[in-house]
Design a protein around this ligand. Structure first.
Ligand code: HEC
Length: 148
C-alpha cells in the first residue's frame, strides 16, 4: 500500500521545516577595517566615482555591507551571505591596502571589464537595488577611472 500524504500534511511539513531553518542564522558582523585601508582613501577617485563604487559595489565587495530586512529570512539569507563571502574573497575594497601594486592593477582592469560587460553588479542585486542600476554615463565614468 502506498501512502500518499494529504495536501494539509504537506503544507504543515513545509511550514515546520521553514520555521526550523530560521534558526540557522548568518553572521552579519562587519569586521571594522580602518578607512585608510580602503580603495577610496588609497586611490582617491573623484567624488562622483567614489559614490558610484560605494553604492553599486560595496554591499558585497567591502566590509561595510548593509544587510536588508530579508537577510533575516532563511534560505534567502544563506544565498545572500554566500554572495558576500565570495565577493569579498575575490575583491574587498575595504582591504585594498593588503593588495600589492600588481594585484591592484589587475583588479582595477577586472572591474572595468566586469562593469563594461554588465557582469557587475550582479543581476539579482540590481533588481532589488535601483541605485545600483548604472546608466551608460555612470558606467562610462567608472570604467574610465578604473582603466587609468
Ligand atoms: C550582490 C553582490 C555583488 C555586487 C553588488 C557586486 N559584486 Fe562583484 N562579485 C560578486 C561575487 C559573488 C563575485 C565572485 C564571482 C562570481 O560569483 O561571479 C564577484 C566578482 C567580482 C569580480 C571578479 C574578481 C576576480 O578577481 O575574479 C570583479 C572584478 C567584481 N566582482 C567587480 C564588481 C564591481 C566593480 C561591482 C560594482 C559595480 C560589483 N562587483 C558589485 C558579487 C557582487
Amino acid at each position: 500500500m502506498k501512502i500518499i500524504p494529504s495536501k494539509r500534511a504537506l503544507i504543515t511539513g513545509f511550514i515546520i521545516i521553514f520555521g526550523l531553518i530560521q534558526f540557522i542564522r548568518i553572521d552579519k558582523v562587519n569586521t571594522i577595517v580602518p578607512v585608510e585601508y580602503g580603495l577610496i582613501a588609497i586611490e582617491t577617485p573623484p567624488k562622483d566615482v567614489a559614490e558610484l563604487i560605494t553604492s553599486a559595489c560595496y554591499d558585497c565587495h567591502s566590509n561595510t555591507t548593509k544587510y536588508p530586512w530579508y537577510s533575516n529570512i532563511a534560505p534567502v539569507s544563506w544565498w545572500l551571505k554566500k554572495h558576500v563571502n565570495n565577493a569579498r574573497e575575490e575583491l574587498n575594497f575595504s582591504k585594498w591596502k593588503d593588495y600589492n601594486i600588481d594585484k591592484r592593477d589587475s583588479l582595477k582592469k577586472e572591474c572595468a571589464e566586469h562593469i563594461e560587460k554588465k557582469w557587475m553588479p550582479l543581476f539579482s542585486y540590481k533588481i532589488i537595488h535601483p541605485e545600483a542600476q548604472l546608466s551608460d554615463e555612470e558606467r562610462e565614468k567608472m570604467i574610465n577611472w578604473f582603466k587609468q
